[in-house]
Design a protein around this ligand. Structure first.
Ligand SMILES: NC(=[NH2+])NCCC[C@H](N)C(=O)O
Ligand SMILES: [Mn+2]
Ligand SMILES: [Mn+2]
Length: 302
Protein backbone atom coordinates (compact mmCIF):
# COMPACT_ATOMS: atom_id res chain seq x y z
CA UNK A 1 0.00 0.00 0.00
CA UNK A 2 2.89 2.33 -0.71
CA UNK A 3 1.14 3.73 -3.72
CA UNK A 4 -2.05 5.58 -4.23
CA UNK A 5 -4.95 3.36 -3.28
CA UNK A 6 -8.61 3.25 -4.17
CA UNK A 7 -10.09 3.19 -0.69
CA UNK A 8 -13.77 2.44 -0.12
CA UNK A 9 -15.21 3.35 3.25
CA UNK A 10 -18.00 1.32 4.81
CA UNK A 11 -19.78 2.37 8.01
CA UNK A 12 -21.28 -0.23 10.34
CA UNK A 13 -23.54 1.54 12.87
CA UNK A 14 -23.91 -1.62 14.93
CA UNK A 15 -24.31 -1.73 18.72
CA UNK A 16 -26.16 -5.05 19.07
CA UNK A 17 -22.99 -7.03 19.74
CA UNK A 18 -22.71 -5.64 23.27
CA UNK A 19 -24.82 -3.90 25.88
CA UNK A 20 -23.76 -0.24 25.94
CA UNK A 21 -25.62 2.04 23.56
CA UNK A 22 -23.79 4.63 21.48
CA UNK A 23 -21.20 2.62 19.59
CA UNK A 24 -23.63 2.68 16.64
CA UNK A 25 -22.57 6.34 16.24
CA UNK A 26 -18.91 5.38 15.82
CA UNK A 27 -18.86 5.59 12.01
CA UNK A 28 -20.27 9.16 12.07
CA UNK A 29 -17.77 10.19 14.74
CA UNK A 30 -14.86 8.88 12.67
CA UNK A 31 -16.18 10.67 9.58
CA UNK A 32 -16.61 13.93 11.55
CA UNK A 33 -13.02 13.59 12.77
CA UNK A 34 -11.96 14.05 9.15
CA UNK A 35 -11.10 10.58 7.86
CA UNK A 36 -11.80 11.30 4.19
CA UNK A 37 -9.86 14.58 4.04
CA UNK A 38 -6.94 12.95 5.84
CA UNK A 39 -6.76 10.10 3.32
CA UNK A 40 -7.18 12.41 0.33
CA UNK A 41 -4.38 14.65 1.59
CA UNK A 42 -2.06 11.62 1.41
CA UNK A 43 -3.09 11.22 -2.23
CA UNK A 44 -5.52 8.31 -2.03
CA UNK A 45 -8.76 8.06 -3.98
CA UNK A 46 -11.60 7.73 -1.45
CA UNK A 47 -15.20 6.65 -2.00
CA UNK A 48 -17.61 6.57 0.92
CA UNK A 49 -20.05 3.73 0.22
CA UNK A 50 -22.21 4.72 3.21
CA UNK A 51 -23.52 2.65 6.08
CA UNK A 52 -24.79 -0.90 6.40
CA UNK A 53 -28.49 -0.94 7.41
CA UNK A 54 -28.97 -1.59 11.13
CA UNK A 55 -32.34 -1.19 12.91
CA UNK A 56 -32.45 2.00 14.97
CA UNK A 57 -34.75 3.22 17.71
CA UNK A 58 -35.49 1.43 20.94
CA UNK A 59 -33.69 -1.87 21.10
CA UNK A 60 -35.74 -4.67 19.59
CA UNK A 61 -33.21 -7.47 19.93
CA UNK A 62 -33.74 -10.72 21.80
CA UNK A 63 -31.53 -13.44 23.18
CA UNK A 64 -31.17 -16.68 21.24
CA UNK A 65 -29.22 -19.63 22.64
CA UNK A 66 -27.34 -17.39 25.09
CA UNK A 67 -26.42 -14.86 22.39
CA UNK A 68 -27.67 -11.28 22.62
CA UNK A 69 -29.40 -9.86 19.55
CA UNK A 70 -28.38 -12.74 17.31
CA UNK A 71 -30.74 -11.74 14.47
CA UNK A 72 -29.56 -8.12 14.30
CA UNK A 73 -25.87 -9.04 14.38
CA UNK A 74 -26.37 -11.80 11.79
CA UNK A 75 -28.25 -9.50 9.42
CA UNK A 76 -25.74 -6.64 9.65
CA UNK A 77 -22.75 -8.98 9.24
CA UNK A 78 -24.35 -10.66 6.23
CA UNK A 79 -24.84 -7.33 4.45
CA UNK A 80 -21.33 -6.21 5.42
CA UNK A 81 -19.77 -9.44 4.11
CA UNK A 82 -21.47 -8.93 0.75
CA UNK A 83 -20.35 -5.29 0.56
CA UNK A 84 -16.73 -6.16 1.44
CA UNK A 85 -16.63 -9.09 -1.00
CA UNK A 86 -17.87 -6.79 -3.81
CA UNK A 87 -15.25 -4.17 -2.99
CA UNK A 88 -12.36 -6.64 -3.11
CA UNK A 89 -13.56 -7.86 -6.52
CA UNK A 90 -13.18 -4.39 -8.00
CA UNK A 91 -9.73 -3.77 -6.50
CA UNK A 92 -10.94 -1.42 -3.80
CA UNK A 93 -9.22 -1.29 -0.40
CA UNK A 94 -12.03 -1.88 2.14
CA UNK A 95 -11.76 0.46 5.13
CA UNK A 96 -14.55 -0.28 7.61
CA UNK A 97 -15.66 1.92 10.52
CA UNK A 98 -17.55 0.57 13.54
CA UNK A 99 -19.54 -0.12 15.38
CA UNK A 100 -18.99 -2.91 17.87
CA UNK A 101 -16.45 -5.63 17.10
CA UNK A 102 -19.06 -8.30 16.25
CA UNK A 103 -19.00 -6.66 12.79
CA UNK A 104 -15.61 -8.31 12.14
CA UNK A 105 -17.54 -11.53 11.55
CA UNK A 106 -18.93 -9.85 8.43
CA UNK A 107 -15.68 -8.19 7.35
CA UNK A 108 -13.68 -11.42 7.55
CA UNK A 109 -16.42 -13.45 5.87
CA UNK A 110 -16.45 -10.98 2.97
CA UNK A 111 -12.65 -11.01 2.69
CA UNK A 112 -12.70 -14.82 2.49
CA UNK A 113 -14.21 -14.41 -0.98
CA UNK A 114 -10.88 -13.16 -2.35
CA UNK A 115 -8.27 -14.41 0.14
CA UNK A 116 -7.63 -18.12 0.75
CA UNK A 117 -4.76 -17.49 3.13
CA UNK A 118 -5.55 -14.16 4.76
CA UNK A 119 -3.39 -12.89 7.61
CA UNK A 120 -5.13 -11.02 10.44
CA UNK A 121 -3.68 -8.61 12.99
CA UNK A 122 -6.10 -8.29 15.90
CA UNK A 123 -5.10 -5.13 17.79
CA UNK A 124 -7.16 -5.36 20.97
CA UNK A 125 -7.19 -5.53 24.77
CA UNK A 126 -9.30 -8.68 24.33
CA UNK A 127 -8.94 -11.90 22.36
CA UNK A 128 -12.59 -11.89 21.21
CA UNK A 129 -12.41 -15.68 21.07
CA UNK A 130 -15.41 -16.64 23.19
CA UNK A 131 -18.21 -18.89 22.02
CA UNK A 132 -21.73 -18.93 23.44
CA UNK A 133 -20.46 -21.68 25.78
CA UNK A 134 -17.52 -19.74 27.21
CA UNK A 135 -18.80 -16.14 27.03
CA UNK A 136 -19.24 -14.45 30.40
CA UNK A 137 -21.59 -11.88 28.84
CA UNK A 138 -23.44 -13.30 25.83
CA UNK A 139 -22.09 -10.30 23.91
CA UNK A 140 -21.22 -11.26 20.35
CA UNK A 141 -18.48 -8.59 20.17
CA UNK A 142 -16.47 -10.93 22.41
CA UNK A 143 -16.74 -13.73 19.81
CA UNK A 144 -15.78 -12.60 16.28
CA UNK A 145 -12.35 -14.24 16.13
CA UNK A 146 -13.75 -17.60 17.32
CA UNK A 147 -16.59 -17.36 14.80
CA UNK A 148 -14.14 -16.58 11.98
CA UNK A 149 -12.20 -19.70 12.99
CA UNK A 150 -15.41 -21.69 12.49
CA UNK A 151 -16.25 -21.97 16.20
CA UNK A 152 -19.53 -20.91 17.78
CA UNK A 153 -23.19 -20.62 16.86
CA UNK A 154 -24.05 -22.11 13.48
CA UNK A 155 -25.88 -18.98 12.32
CA UNK A 156 -22.77 -16.86 12.92
CA UNK A 157 -20.32 -19.39 11.52
CA UNK A 158 -22.34 -19.73 8.31
CA UNK A 159 -22.60 -16.00 7.56
CA UNK A 160 -21.82 -15.40 3.85
CA UNK A 161 -20.63 -19.00 3.49
CA UNK A 162 -20.22 -21.99 5.76
CA UNK A 163 -17.13 -22.72 7.78
CA UNK A 164 -13.78 -21.26 8.74
CA UNK A 165 -12.85 -17.90 7.21
CA UNK A 166 -9.36 -17.51 8.72
CA UNK A 167 -6.74 -20.09 9.69
CA UNK A 168 -5.56 -20.11 13.32
CA UNK A 169 -1.90 -19.96 12.28
CA UNK A 170 -2.56 -16.77 10.27
CA UNK A 171 -3.75 -14.71 13.26
CA UNK A 172 -1.68 -12.42 15.47
CA UNK A 173 -3.25 -10.76 18.50
CA UNK A 174 -1.50 -7.61 19.77
CA UNK A 175 -2.22 -5.79 23.05
CA UNK A 176 -4.13 -8.51 24.92
CA UNK A 177 -4.59 -7.92 28.65
CA UNK A 178 -8.10 -9.21 29.39
CA UNK A 179 -8.56 -12.83 28.37
CA UNK A 180 -11.34 -15.09 29.68
CA UNK A 181 -10.60 -18.69 30.80
CA UNK A 182 -12.29 -20.28 27.78
CA UNK A 183 -10.38 -17.97 25.45
CA UNK A 184 -7.07 -18.85 27.09
CA UNK A 185 -7.80 -22.55 26.58
CA UNK A 186 -8.65 -21.98 22.91
CA UNK A 187 -5.53 -19.87 22.33
CA UNK A 188 -3.40 -22.70 23.74
CA UNK A 189 -5.24 -25.43 21.88
CA UNK A 190 -4.96 -23.69 18.51
CA UNK A 191 -1.50 -22.20 19.10
CA UNK A 192 -2.64 -18.65 18.29
CA UNK A 193 0.21 -16.14 18.23
CA UNK A 194 -0.43 -13.51 20.93
CA UNK A 195 1.69 -10.54 21.93
CA UNK A 196 0.27 -9.49 25.27
CA UNK A 197 1.13 -6.24 27.04
CA UNK A 198 3.92 -8.21 28.70
CA UNK A 199 5.73 -8.77 25.39
CA UNK A 200 5.11 -5.17 24.34
CA UNK A 201 6.60 -3.91 27.63
CA UNK A 202 9.50 -6.36 27.55
CA UNK A 203 10.53 -6.28 23.86
CA UNK A 204 9.13 -2.92 22.73
CA UNK A 205 6.64 -2.29 19.93
CA UNK A 206 9.33 -2.22 17.22
CA UNK A 207 10.34 -5.78 18.00
CA UNK A 208 6.75 -6.97 18.46
CA UNK A 209 5.66 -5.62 15.07
CA UNK A 210 8.74 -7.07 13.36
CA UNK A 211 8.04 -10.45 14.92
CA UNK A 212 4.36 -10.25 13.99
CA UNK A 213 5.06 -9.40 10.34
CA UNK A 214 7.88 -11.98 10.01
CA UNK A 215 5.54 -14.60 11.44
CA UNK A 216 2.75 -13.70 9.01
CA UNK A 217 4.97 -13.52 5.91
CA UNK A 218 6.41 -16.94 6.84
CA UNK A 219 2.82 -18.24 6.54
CA UNK A 220 2.74 -17.03 2.92
CA UNK A 221 -0.36 -14.90 3.49
CA UNK A 222 -2.07 -13.58 0.35
CA UNK A 223 -3.48 -10.49 2.11
CA UNK A 224 -3.40 -8.86 5.53
CA UNK A 225 -6.38 -7.49 7.42
CA UNK A 226 -5.93 -5.12 10.37
CA UNK A 227 -8.79 -5.31 12.87
CA UNK A 228 -8.12 -2.47 15.30
CA UNK A 229 -10.29 -2.24 18.41
CA UNK A 230 -9.74 1.21 19.93
CA UNK A 231 -9.71 -0.42 23.39
CA UNK A 232 -6.33 -1.91 22.43
CA UNK A 233 -4.92 1.48 23.34
CA UNK A 234 -4.84 2.65 26.94
CA UNK A 235 -8.15 4.30 27.91
CA UNK A 236 -6.08 7.38 28.73
CA UNK A 237 -5.93 7.99 24.96
CA UNK A 238 -9.16 6.33 23.86
CA UNK A 239 -11.77 6.74 26.63
CA UNK A 240 -14.71 6.36 24.25
CA UNK A 241 -14.93 2.56 24.28
CA UNK A 242 -17.44 0.23 25.94
CA UNK A 243 -15.00 -2.19 27.58
CA UNK A 244 -11.91 -0.18 28.62
CA UNK A 245 -9.00 -2.04 30.21
CA UNK A 246 -6.19 -0.10 31.92
CA UNK A 247 -2.54 -0.71 31.13
CA UNK A 248 -2.88 -0.59 27.36
CA UNK A 249 -0.84 0.31 24.31
CA UNK A 250 0.30 3.93 24.17
CA UNK A 251 -0.49 6.54 21.54
CA UNK A 252 3.10 6.60 20.33
CA UNK A 253 3.42 2.81 20.21
CA UNK A 254 0.22 2.66 18.19
CA UNK A 255 1.42 5.21 15.65
CA UNK A 256 4.68 3.30 15.34
CA UNK A 257 2.77 0.06 14.76
CA UNK A 258 0.71 1.72 12.01
CA UNK A 259 3.82 3.22 10.38
CA UNK A 260 5.54 -0.16 10.38
CA UNK A 261 2.47 -1.73 8.76
CA UNK A 262 2.52 1.00 6.11
CA UNK A 263 6.22 0.40 5.46
CA UNK A 264 5.62 -3.34 5.09
CA UNK A 265 3.19 -2.82 2.23
CA UNK A 266 1.32 -5.91 3.43
CA UNK A 267 -2.05 -4.52 4.54
CA UNK A 268 -4.95 -5.08 2.12
CA UNK A 269 -7.94 -4.13 4.30
CA UNK A 270 -8.62 -2.58 7.71
CA UNK A 271 -11.33 -1.84 10.23
CA UNK A 272 -11.44 0.57 13.18
CA UNK A 273 -14.03 -0.48 15.74
CA UNK A 274 -15.64 0.14 19.13
CA UNK A 275 -15.64 3.97 18.93
CA UNK A 276 -18.47 5.06 21.26
CA UNK A 277 -19.08 8.84 21.11
CA UNK A 278 -21.46 8.78 24.11
CA UNK A 279 -18.67 7.52 26.36
CA UNK A 280 -16.04 9.69 24.70
CA UNK A 281 -14.36 12.93 25.69
CA UNK A 282 -15.06 15.46 22.89
CA UNK A 283 -14.55 12.88 20.12
CA UNK A 284 -10.99 12.16 21.33
CA UNK A 285 -11.27 8.47 20.46
CA UNK A 286 -12.42 9.15 16.90
CA UNK A 287 -9.60 11.70 16.57
CA UNK A 288 -7.09 9.04 17.62
CA UNK A 289 -8.64 6.60 15.14
CA UNK A 290 -8.24 9.10 12.31
CA UNK A 291 -4.65 9.84 13.35
CA UNK A 292 -3.86 6.12 13.27
CA UNK A 293 -5.56 5.84 9.89
CA UNK A 294 -3.26 8.62 8.68
CA UNK A 295 -0.17 6.70 9.80
CA UNK A 296 -1.46 3.39 8.42
CA UNK A 297 -2.06 4.93 5.00
CA UNK A 298 1.24 6.71 4.63
CA UNK A 299 1.10 10.09 6.35
CA UNK A 300 4.61 11.18 7.36
CA UNK A 301 5.82 13.92 9.64
CA UNK A 302 8.18 15.48 7.09
N1 LIG B 1 -14.62 -6.27 21.17
C1 LIG B 1 -14.62 -6.14 22.49
N2 LIG B 1 -14.51 -4.95 23.04
N3 LIG B 1 -14.78 -7.25 23.21
C2 LIG B 1 -14.86 -7.27 24.65
C3 LIG B 1 -15.14 -8.65 25.14
C4 LIG B 1 -15.23 -8.73 26.64
C5 LIG B 1 -15.41 -10.13 27.20
N4 LIG B 1 -14.27 -10.94 26.90
C6 LIG B 1 -16.68 -10.77 26.67
O1 LIG B 1 -16.64 -11.77 26.02
O2 LIG B 1 -17.75 -10.30 26.89
MN1 LIG C 1 -11.53 -5.06 22.91
MN1 LIG D 1 -12.46 -6.39 20.22
Amino acid sequence: MKNQLNISLVGVPLDYGQSRRGVDMGPSAIRYAGAVARLEAIGHQVTDTGDIAVPTGERVGQDNDGLKNLDEVTNACTELAERVADLTKTGQFPLVFGGDHSMAIGTLAGLSEKYDNLGVIWYDAHADMNTEETSPSGNIHGMPLAVSLGLGHDRLVSIYKAGQKVKPENIVIIGARSVDPGERALIRELGIKVFTMHEIDRDGMTSVMKQAMDYLTSRNIDGLHLSLDLDGLDPLYTPGVGTPVPGGISYRESHLAMEMLQDSGLVTSAEFVEVNPILDDKNATADVAVGLIGSLFGETLL
